[in-house]
Write a protein that binds this ligand. Structure first.
Ligand SMILES: Cc1ncc(COP(=O)(O)O)c(C=O)c1O
Length: 417
């Protein structure tokens, strides 16, 4: 590379990544093949539209790449083209979710309807409802939070976990859904360590007459690896980022059940031309590479190890007195209540906030993120907990004995005055 400044900075980031213990639950390390595809000449190509229906010439090769990516996405999750459609063009998880809402719900209510009588103010049509988990309980911003387009154009009906068990409160959820009748119920979260009961979610959606959308961004690699129940037999729509447990480049997939509602066509139109122009074909190719990797038997072994490592991390921390949200984990994710559940050290130091905990750990080379815990009373920028994940370090070959040492180190650092 001739650009010395950027070359130096990339080199510095490579060194940083090698040096640290990376416990960011949403990060992973892609293969050299994925990097090759990302850095390829495919970035030069404009391909607005879909295979066979593009607005530019010269697409015979990228059409094949996009079709291959779709084929592999369906194969990885055991789906067939007759029952499921997949869109591989969304640039990342947030735009993918937005495309679903735009395609399925539309945004007609945003315009007010003028009345014939000028003295009567225009009527505004009520925004359709998206039922999503609250941010502090583990939901994602794009599941209807006011600060995002998902909460500005549509109305969020929040739900959450039981205060005592910190596990999804399905009874409450059902009651709210039946009363509010949301157009869409979104499940699949950003900081929820437990298995989601897809059967109950389907039952709730049916009782409320709602579309069931699963955002499996965090757990996609675990579903692909067969260590977390698949949402496909129950969902109408499944979105996922490709860069977390799935270990691909930054991108997203939108799977849509094919039926008379034709949601697949509506969502395709929302991705392009609704929200985006030309797809990033280097990214689509890199997703295809990652999907092929995830189809290999080796990936199943990886997914199993991710789960074992997270269980070890949670158990070792609990042994040392730390309060783990929901008392453990079924996934790659461990949430620690460092504030209320902080362990007093020998010097009598008290609880540590999520921000302080993440900063202390980073000084010693352990990278985590501060995170709200259910019913958090502290502000989002300095919440009561931290979120840890095992996907990235498992890619680097770490096993249970390594995570035992990591837990010991975290315990020691956080107990230091
Ligand atoms: C559940 C969930 N959905 C969507 C996203 C958004 O993905 P992106 O950052 O690619 O927009 C995230 C990101 O962390 C997530 O956890």
């Amino acid at each position: 590379m001739k650009d010395i400044q950027i070359k130096k900075l990339i080199g510095a980031e490579q060194k940083r990544q090698k040096k640290v213990i990376n416990l960011i639950a949403s990060e992973n390390y892609v293969s050299d093949d994925v990097l090759d595809a990302l850095g390829s000449e495919l970035t030069n190509k404009y391909a607005e539209g879909y295979p066979g229906k593009r607005y530019y010439g010269g697409n015979e090769i990228v059409d094949k790449i996009e079709e291959l990516c779709k084929e592999r996405a369906l194969k990885l999750f055991g789906l067939n083209m007759t029952d499921w459609h997949v869109n591989v063009q969304a640039l990342s998880g947030s735009p993918a979710n937005l495309a679903v809402y735009l395609g399925v719900l539309g945004a007609t209510h945003v315009k007010s309807v003028p009345s014939a009588d000028k003295s009567v103010p225009p009527t505004t049509i009520a925004a359709p409802k998206i039922m999503g988990m609250s941010l502090d309980q583990g939901g994602h911003l794009t599941h209807g939070q006011k600060v995002t387009a998902s909460g500005k154009f549509w109305t969020q009906v929040p739900y959450g976990v039981d205060k005592t068990t910190e596990v999804l409160d399905y009874d409450q959820l059902r009651e709210t859904a039946v009363r509010e009748k949301p157009a869409i119920i979104v499940c699949g979260y950003t900081a929820y360590p437990r298995i989601i009961d897809w059967v109950r979610m389907r039952e709730v959606a049916d009782a409320a007459g709602s579309i069931l959308m699963v955002d499996m961004s965090h757990i996609a690699g675990l579903v692909a690896g067969g260590v977390y129940p698949s949402p496909f037999p129950f969902a109408d729509i499944v979105t996922t980022t490709t860069h977390k447990t799935l270990r691909g480049p930054r991108a997203a997939l939108i799977f849509v059940k094919r039926d008379t509602r034709e949601l697949d066509k509506k969502i395709d139109k929302a991705v392009f031309p609704g929200l985006q122009g030309g797809p990033h074909m280097n990214q689509v190719a890199a997703v295809a590479v990652a999907l092929r990797e995830a189809i290999q038997p080796k990936f199943k072994k990886y997914a199993r190890q991710v789960i074992k490592n997270a269980a070890t991390l949670a158990n070792e921390l609990m042994k040392r007195g730390w309060r783990i949200i929901s008392n453990g984990t079924d996934s790659h994710l461990v949430l620690i209540d460092t504030w209320q559940g902080g362990v007093k050290n020998s010097l009598g130091a008290g609880a540590v906030s999520g921000k302080d905990a993440s900063e202390k750990l980073e000084k010693d080379g352990i990278i985590v993120n501060k995170n709200a815990i259910p019913f958090d009373t502290r502000p989002p920028f300095d919440p009561s907990g931290i979120r840890l994940g095992t996907a990235a370090e498992t890619t680097r070959g770490k096993k249970e004995r390594d995570f035992k040492k990591i837990a010991e180190k975290i315990d020691k650092i956080l107990k230091e005055a």
